[in-house]
Design a protein around this ligand. Structure first.
Ligand code: GLN
Length: 456
């Protein structure tokens, strides 16, 4: 049924870069056979899933939305993908994304933009717009995204889906092509909070292949979601973050946000106002740390190891450096080049202390603001994104306007704390979905599910 749905709507939505119909059908048949034989089944056995094209999939192309990886088929699975396969989830295919996960609209994909199923002239968010659009358009019941600065939560908000960025280190990054190692985290993209909890339990857990993986058992996310769905929020302190709202936010988004807060209060929660003054510097901090890490990570695309190799024209016996230059020039898009330049600049000697070093200090202050806020509240809440989905092309020539979309989602990545975006309803101005963000302390991901499920 999902493959039929993909065939029917993909020409309009373009959520996928690669569909693996044969592989998905074979896995589905294997799951049916297990069921028929009475063999043990996982909680999501046989439920198809779409995977963002930034995760390595053995035997399936993995491009990261970039020309430089065109034709690359990884010889191994990312740990998240291996866990999906072991739990019997058929992989429908790989979803579209901004090139190397840099962007908030999926327009920076080298393979063309994804369209928002709610209005095909609008962006589905980014960088994981493909995963969110696939779920919103009923092409897949579940998807995997990755969130470095909001790429699971912001697409969730603008497509009316649920997206979870787990605690940093709680889901393995092995086989996730790194954008920024200290910020990246894979997580669920679904239509309900309970679905996210089920999927999170499948993909979470310690992995020796990821040196930043936390050695702790997987949390009881499903139980927390079930508890939250029962609707009693008595004793839960909800912290509304002063700095993540107000000016610059669309009125309809703020109205739906307030409505969700009111619903939690009606369910017994207590609301407290919390201030995190350093959050106003989060965007600037992120746009030093992320390009610095990204510029280093992207150095491996040198025309020798993976995918594309372009021979420079007009040079008779090109050197390795000539080939590298021609390949990187042809293979990387403008946004990737912009960030490589930003990152190498921030890391260059003489500027390191002023930019990268300074950003690391501010990052610590942001973590401390979180610590202080979580003394006063069990969870922090805000609108996920300042606006509903904007029009395709609207912000493409204005990188700062594009970056501003992630104002509310970036602090969580800098501090490593978990966050969820749940639909809060449709904005009055345009009838488009808005998102409600819930943040919890590191390793308290259960709280996201408890509070998120209470809003469904
Ligand atoms: N939109 C943000 C960026 O462009 C976030 C990206 C992400 O989370 N992968 O960096």
């Amino acid at each position: 049924a999902h493959l039929d749905r993909i065939a029917a709507v993909e020409a309009d939505v373009h959520a996928f870069l690669h569909v693996d119909a044969d592989g998905a059908l074979a896995e589905a048949a294997a799951s049916d056979a297990r069921r028929a034989a009475g063999a043990p089944l996982s909680s999501l056995d046989g439920v198809p899933i779409a995977v963002k094209d930034v995760l390595a999939t053995a035997g399936l192309p993995t491009t990261c939305g970039s020309k430089i990886l065109e034709g690359w088929v990884p010889p191994y699975d990312a740990t998240v993908v291996r866990k999906l396969r072991e739990a019997g989830l058929p992989i429908l295919g790989k979803t579209n994304m901004d090139e190397f996960a840099m962007g908030s609209s999926t327009e920076h994909s080298a393979y063309g933009a994804t369209h928002n199923p709610w209005d095909l002239d609008r962006i589905p968010g980014g960088s994981g717009g493909g995963s969110a659009a696939a779920v919103a358009a009923f092409e897949a019941p579940l998807a995997i995204g990755t969130d470095t600065g909001g790429s699971i939560r912001q697409p969730g908000a603008v497509t009316g889906t649920v997206g979870v960025k787990p605690t940093y280190g709680s889901v393995s990054r092995y086989g996730l092509v790194a954008l920024a190692n200290s910020l990246d985290q894979a997580g669920p993209v679904t239509r309900t909070v309970l679905d996210s909890a089920l999927l999170h339990e499948v993909i979470g857990g310690h992995d020796e292949l990821d040196s930043t993986s936390i050695d702790r058992p997987v949390g009881a996310y499903v139980e927390a979601a079930r508890q939250g769905a029962a609707g009693d929020m008595t004793g839960v302190r909800i912290g509304v973050v002063t700095e993540l709202g107000g000016e610059g936010y669309q009125p309809g988004v703020l109205a739906r946000f307030q409505e969700s807060v009111d619903l939690l209060v009606k369910a017994g929660a207590e609301v407290v106002e919390v201030s995190c003054p350093t959050f106003v510097h989060a965007l600037a901090t992120y746009y030093l740390i992320l390009p610095a890490e990204a510029s280093s990570n992207l150095a491996k695309f040198d025309a020798m190891r993976y995918g594309l190799r372009v021979l420079p024209e007009g040079i008779e016996s090109p050197s390795a450096e000539d080939v590298m230059r021609a390949t990187r020039d042809a293979g990387f898009g403008d946004e990737v080049k912009r960030r490589i330049i930003l990152g190498t600049y921030a890391l260059s000697s003489g500027y390191y202390d002023a930019y990268y070093g300074q950003a690391q200090k501010v990052r610590t202050l942001i973590s401390r603001d979180f610590d202080a806020a979580f003394e006063k509240a069990d969870v922090l809440v805000s609108p996920t994104a300042p606006t509903t989905a904007f029009k395709l092309g609207e912000k493409l020539d204005d990188p700062i306007a594009m970056y501003l979309n992630d104002l509310a989602t970036i602090p969580a990545n800098l501090a490593g704390v978990p966050g969820i975006s749940v639909p809060s309803g449709l904005a009055d101005e345009d009838g488009l979905p808005a998102g409600f963000q819930i943040l919890a302390p590191a390793l308290a991901d259960e709280r996201l599910y408890r509070v998120g499920a209470a809003l469904e």
